[in-house]
Design a protein. Structure first.
Lengths: 344, 442
């Protein structure tokens, strides 16, 4: 049961990163790929029907975490107290920026909210990358499971670590580059004209940057978590993830020879989903690795007995999940034509 | 203030009261928009279509503010109340997860179609989108109220190794307390929406703008408002009071500022509780009413606070007393105002009665105050418990989060929410100044 919920949570989190990832990326890039007001409106029209629903995947994942692994939630949330509040405030500013920017036809007003939108999107992509870096590197969880991490300590990766160090920052940068490239692929698919041209041009720089950062992070992981790469190579589910990521790359590159923008975006989705599932399979069953002692690791298999809640949730979850997927299919179908500035 | 739970409570209290200013309008307004769109679909009434379009814009601004202030509420269960969450996740995890999976996906998938999609969708499909948003927002309300109802009146659970686990899931999901609290909450939200709609109608009419739309808002606002105000009081408010009397008798005593027991218990209309002297100063009371309201007969004794150990008394009796009296007093006035307005409307003279229009226009803040006071009654009345009778508030906060961290985020929320509030007023003010126009929405 715990294994199943670990996998389902991984699935939801992957859906979240792939979906909200493209609107973080679009937000991060929009100042560069959309110059005129009409072009900015095009970007907003492209993500307009999606961003709120995409964000729900995070809320829903949190809710399911509450049911399946409350011990993890109640240990990790106070641990990341300030970082999570920063995430919340970024979400608030970003949502408001998207909503209010087109209400007032004034240059200064729109410039302000465009900048807020870009800054909050960038910071969110960075923070989620840093969070993922912390999961891989480990956190100073001890026996009491009651701790709060500072933003930084000595920038080292062992013992009493802080949120930021060279490793978590590298993962953060990789996250920014990857989600920006993903966002560019999304915008290239959804828009036409100058915005699309600029996105395609930018993608040619961003994807190589992603590859470079990916190599750096892999190398760093070898030093920070040597045993993790071994697990990556011995677990069949990780192979599947790697295969998915590689085929995503192939689809992405081959689509760019023609004008198969939708296919290229799918390739980008597969790449992200593949990397995340490979990492998830390698990390299983540990949620929170302790940098103090392996005895304090928090894992999925040693949770308080919670089987009735898990069983009951398994009764309704598939139904709710199918409904959610059907809404998304519906929204993507309803918005399948490329957008223009007049739509928003 | 040396107690760390003080800052956690202040932050949660502030952020939840602020958050709920928005959903209480969107949930009620969603219903009214569905009613207008239904009428427009059935009869081809252009004015109803126009009204739905105009109010969808107001809805959109409120919806976004509701979302961005709502996300922190979910997170705070983990960040600020980790020990409470660890204790109760086995039960309330279900409803919190269900809210995300069943309600938020539904709302978020269709709200863009409701606000921006009218030109692209057929009339039937656009009506469908309005219904989906209404259903999503009301479902969300149920899951949250069911969570709160468990904290007020735990049921369906059992204790295992010191934490709560789910034992009878359907008993938890359909907690009788949840059904009553849900009806009460939803009807209060319709009251808020109908007061706002009537107020805008009265405003336009008094200014001589958008006359036809103003008439429509006044007609629907006052009629829906009368029905909802009545339903808030009876049966839902009445049932709620009886549940409190039965399961939280010490709370009832504190709400009424009642220190001594006895039959023929009187209801206090006004007066100031003096907890140290154990009496109400300057009290104006109606004999027997409290016994009848709580138990249906004047013969039943209503227990006073002195019957209960002091460590089970609600921790802020004065504020609880005022919250309850403000809620109940305003609720009564709402029935009166909407009753008079609807009666004048039926006689066709409401739009000529300028004094009533002025009152309707100025009355819109009061449902917000009444709703806030109502939630304060529920939450202060639950003290000193987080889960009634099982888990104390003082044990619930995250131990590892220092007061310095909590105060830092509280200051952050205060600043951010101040800016959000200004933006909200500015944007809604602009929409109201622009008004409903005949052109298609752009």
């Amino acid at each position: 049961m715990a294994e199943l919920w670990f996998a389902l949570l991984g699935l939801m989190l992957t859906a979240y990163v792939v979906l909200d990832g493209f609107d973080f990326g679009a937000g991060t890039l929009h100042l560069f790929v959309a110059k005129s007001d009409a072009e900015r409106r095009t970007v907003l029209a492209a993500i307009g029907p999606f961003w709120d629903g995409n964000e729900v995947w995070l809320i829903a994942t949190g809710g399911v975490l509450f049911v399946a692994f409350p011990e993890l939630l109640t240990t990790a949330f106070p641990a990341f107290y300030l970082a999570l509040h920063l995430v919340l405030w970024c979400f608030a500013l970003r949502g408001v920026a998207i909503e209010v920017r087109s209400h007032v036809a004034d240059g200064m007003w729109r410039a302000l909210w465009d900048t807020v939108f870009a800054g909050a999107s960038l910071l969110l992509a960075l923070l989620f990358g840093v969070a993922f870096g912390n999961i891989v590197r480990g956190v100073p969880v001890d026996q009491s499971r009651e701790f709060t991490m500072p933003f930084f300590t000595d920038f080292g990766t062992t013992g009493q670590v802080g949120l930021l160090d060279y490793y978590s920052l590298s993962v953060g940068l990789l996250s920014v580059a990857l989600l920006s490239a993903h966002g560019a692929a999304f915008l290239a698919w959804r828009t036409a004209g100058a915005v699309r041209e600029r996105c395609l041009l930018l993608e040619r720089k961003l994807w190589p940057a992603v590859a470079l950062l990916f190599a750096v992070v892999t190398l760093e992981t070898y030093f920070v978590r040597p045993e993790l790469l071994g697990k990556l190579l011995t677990r069949p589910l990780s192979w599947l993830g790697i295969a998915l990521a590689v085929s995503g790359c192939v689809v992405l590159v081959s689509s760019r020879r023609g004008t198969l923008d939708g296919r290229a975006f799918l390739g980008s989705c597969a790449l992200i989903a593949g990397v995340l599932s490979a990492a998830g399979a390698a990390l299983f069953p540990v949620f929170l690795r302790s940098t103090l002692s392996p005895a304090f690791d928090l894992d999925a298999l040693h949770q308080p007995r919670n089987s009735i809640a898990m069983k009951f949730a398994l009764g309704w979850w598939p139904f709710a999940f199918m409904l959610a997927v059907s809404y998304f299919v519906n929204v993507f179908r309803a918005n399948r034509a490329r957008v223009s500035a007049e739509d928003y | 203030m040396d107690d760390p739970s003080f800052w956690h409570r202040l932050q949660f209290g502030f952020t939840i009261v602020y958050h709920y200013l928005f959903p209480q309008l969107t949930m009620g307004l969603a219903l009214i928009i569905v009613l207008w769109k239904w009428r427009a679909l059935r009869t081809g009434d252009q004015q109803c279509d126009l009204a739905a379009r105009f109010w969808s814009k107001i809805f959109g601004v409120n919806f976004v503010l509701g979302v961005v202030t709502g996300v922190p509420m979910e997170f705070q269960f983990g960040t600020n109340w980790a020990r409470f969450s660890r204790y109760s996740a086995g039960v309330i995890g279900q409803t919190l997860a269900m809210e995300g999976m069943f309600a938020f996906f539904l709302e978020s998938a269709f709200v863009a179609a409701l606000v921006f999609g009218e030109r692209k969708l057929s009339r039937g499909k656009h009506f469908g989108a309005a219904c989906a948003v209404w259903a999503g927002s009301w479902l969300s309300g149920y899951f949250i109220v069911a969570t709160n109802a468990f904290m007020q009146h735990p049921t369906g659970h059992t204790l295992l190794e010191g934490v709560l686990v789910l034992d009878r899931p359907f008993q938890f999901l359909f907690n009788p307390w949840a059904i009553v609290e849900y009806l009460h909450t939803m009807m209060a939200s319709v009251v808020t929406a109908s007061f706002v709609v009537s107020a805008v109608g009265a405003f336009y009419f008094l200014r001589g703008q958008h006359q036809e739309q103003a008439r429509l808002y006044l007609k629907w606002g006052t009629r829906v408002g009368l029905v909802a105000s009545l339903l808030v009081a009876f049966p839902s408010g009445d049932r709620q009071a009886k549940l409190v009397a039965e399961f939280q008798p010490v709370t009832l005593a504190a709400m009424e500022g009642r220190f001594e027991s006895g039959e023929n218990a009187e209801l206090t209309f006004i007066g100031q509780p003096n907890v140290r002297e154990r009496r109400i100063d300057n009290a104006i009371k109606a004999p027997m009413v409290l016994s009848v309201l709580a138990y249906g007969t004047p013969k039943r004794s209503v227990l006073g606070l002195s019957q209960f150990p002091v460590d089970t008394w609600p921790t802020n009796i004065e504020l609880l007393y005022y919250s309850f009296h403000i809620m109940a007093g305003l609720g009564t006035l709402f029935i009166l105002l909407m009753g008079i307005s609807t009666w004048l409307g039926f006689r066709g003279v409401l739009t000529q009665t300028r004094s009533v229009l002025w009152i309707l226009m100025l009355a819109f803040p009061f449902p917000y105050i009444a709703t806030t006071a109502g939630w304060m009654t529920a939450e202060l009345g639950r003290q000193p418990w987080l889960v009634y009778g099982l888990f104390r508030t003082a044990d619930g906060y995250s131990k590892s989060v220092s007061s310095g961290n909590t105060l830092f985020t509280l200051i952050g929320f205060t600043g951010l929410y101040f800016v959000l509030g200004l933006l909200f007023l500015f944007l809604v003010g602009r929409e109201l100044a622009h008004g409903p126009d005949q052109e298609a929405h752009g």
